[in-house]
Ligand binder design. Sequence first.
Ligand code: OOB
Length: 531
Amino acid sequence: MLHGCVPWPEGLAAKYRAEGYWTGQSLDVLLTEGAAAHGERVALVAADGARWTYAELDAWASRLAAGLVSAGLRPGERVVVQLPNVPEFVALFFAFLRAGVLPVLALPAHRESEIVPLCELSDAAAYVVADTDDAGYDYRELARTVQKAVPSVRRVFVVGEHAEFQPLPTAPPVPLPEPDPADVALFLLSGGTTGTPKLIPRTHQDYLYNARASAEVSGFSADTRYLVALPAAHNFALASPGLLGAMAAGGMVVLAPDPSADTAFELIERERVTVAAVVPPVALLWMDATEFMDEDLSSLQLLQVGGAKFNAEPASRVRPTLGCDLQQVFGMAEGLLNFTRLDDPDELKITTQGRPLCPADEVLVVDEEGDPVAPGESGELLTRGPYTLRGYYRAKQHNARSFTPDGFYRSGDVVRALPSGHLVVEGRIKDQINRGGEKIPAEELENHLLAHPAVHDAAVVGMPDEVMGERTCAFLVVRGEAPTLREVTAFLRERGVAAYKLPDRLEVLDSFPLTKVGKVSKVALAKRIAG
Ligand code: OOB
């Protein structure tokens, strides 16, 4: 396995192979098998209606793969990819798999303060961006900053107007070596809890299982038309089951540039979309929008909701408003996925976040001492299994804290297990804010705040919000005059912090409440702001 990654121990690896979860294939079979079996079927539809069959997508990926090789990228090198939901994302994803080059999937919302450390951590050889986004943000400007800051970035490829950089490279297809299925295929970003980004290595065989098995529990088939409404770089939209799951089933992938009801409903109607995956605030928006929009949503059979807790009240309104089934998905880029099953009783679909995908997923619910709680009690979810990482990339010290000695990942999520195995997410012990599915590592934001000259101390906590689930509150202890929220957000933007991480509210205190051991009590702060 790539240096800096932690392999599964051989005993478990042998079990996962023997039980058929790991098939020894490369992730790329999703496209090569599709092209061989039903090459003429439509695989991919862009927002503007442009379409590619499996055979066409396959050919495009081969030309791009050859282009990456001729551009001097070598197997095992990392490339930070930051693209919106454009067809190039999909073709390039498979091209990377073929060339053995490892994409590091950043989100379009990321800015300098996220991308520079990512490129550094991954020693990125290249960076791929789109020219601008719909709001006019220019990623080429960001690329200039990144290339100056990170010498390992030899090349920048731009989808669209490439300015002084290069367009996506293509070349006549060349034979390429098969990758080792046990090795890393791509890196996902962790939602994170610390001040620095964490990269999640996903291997060919673990991610292939992830996509195929997710597609199966979600009832995907060749008739599936999947709407990519969330960023394609996110595990939910990519492979849980996401666009890779739709391809595994021989279905069709429809790319939405954004998840707004305006955009999504039009695409659902035009392409007769059957499945979409969204975060809870988007589900709420869509349900509200049915009252004043009149697109035909009758093709929609299933709405998958995950990324943050979807409460029972809105969950119960999905079928009456959108006319489709609800599937709750509680997943993590680190691995473990839980799904409510399509044949579960409504009660479970509405009140739980599903049960583990794989029979070999091991799930423990433990107390503060790490001992299993009594059945039905809540505690921290620990997990290991055939598609859950064994360690973050190049993060030895962090790994020692994030995993138990026997390799269970400490999720930081507080759950309660029902006798059926379904989990109810009750909260979180990790130092992270989940703002409508977007994850904000508290420490990272606190570090940025501490850089402000008027800030003496900073503590960031989530505050309850009807739509987003949580919003972000920054508590500050200041020197001299307190800055306003507007000044603070301007300061953070200037530092290149992604917009979704900006605090929604500022509270200035004389001092922070402390725990018995003298640490800042986030529990007390959270209670205070909730009040
Ligand atoms: C998904 O992945 P990430 O990596 O952005 O975030 C994982 C974390 C979980 O540890 C949990 O704290 C939270 O997001 N979460 C949920 C949830 N789904 C995720 N909390 C409550 N209820 C849910 N249904 O968010 C993700 C990855 C794949 C599929 C779906 C979601």
